[in-house]
Design a protein around this ligand. Sequence first.
Ligand code: ADP
Ligand code: MG
Length: 248
Amino acid sequence: MDNIKAIKDYAKKLGLTNISETEFDSFVVPSDGYKFMVNCLESEYQYRNQKAKERRIKQARIPAYKTFGEFDTEFQSGISKEQLNTLSNLNWIDNIYNLILLGPPGTGKTHVALAIGNRALEMGYKVFFCSMDTLIHILKTHEISRASATKLNYIKKCHLLIIDELGYLPIDKIETNMFFQLISYLYEHTSVIITSNKGFDGWADLLGDTVLATALLDRLTYKCQVISLSGDSYRLAHRQNIFKELQK
Ligand code: ADP
Ligand code: MG
């Protein structure tokens, strides 16, 4: 028992939280020291992995859980099952490809981005999700706000940055410049997903500077898949009617 206490004390000093807090009776094999050591280290390893995953999920700020399985490719013909499969296996994130999802409201852009984000989190990638609006806020305030600084530091370390809804609010020249600096920083080490209701032609107007918009598109689209979703809004087509529900 003294040995176990010593192990737990040393584990605590070494920051091996799980070992230091485990009641060993359940799996200790006193006669087999190696096996015991392996069990200890394995459970510490699993504990740390789990904690790291929980931290990553929290830091990613993904607003909803959407899956590839829920996505109806019959309704949305702008993306095929094969394309969804390719996107879901995430090799493209390892190869630092970007993804731009274009299309009118309700066509499933955010759904696809969320499904990728959730998959990437499950597979151990660091992900950050934000609207374009929030991203601009982070970029504008990171020098005076600790919360923004923390988020920006995290974005810079991510494997995947998802920027939702470029195009709903106009962006001025200074903001565009900050955005361009960030995209340049991330270039070739972080995959970026952008969803937008505007086509590339509309981006120059939106970003208020044709030269910067061209340079930005040049960087973003160098290694990039562009997918245009089209058709009717899934929301409108599947609108839920409160009266119909209540009469069931
Ligand atoms: P967008 O970002 O293009 O405006 P969303 O991805 O937010 O559209 O889609 C609106 C809603 O409709 C969401 O709840 C989403 O899950 C659902 N949706 C959109 N397209 C599909 C689809 N093809 N199959 C299943 N659900 C869909
Ligand atoms: Mg959306």
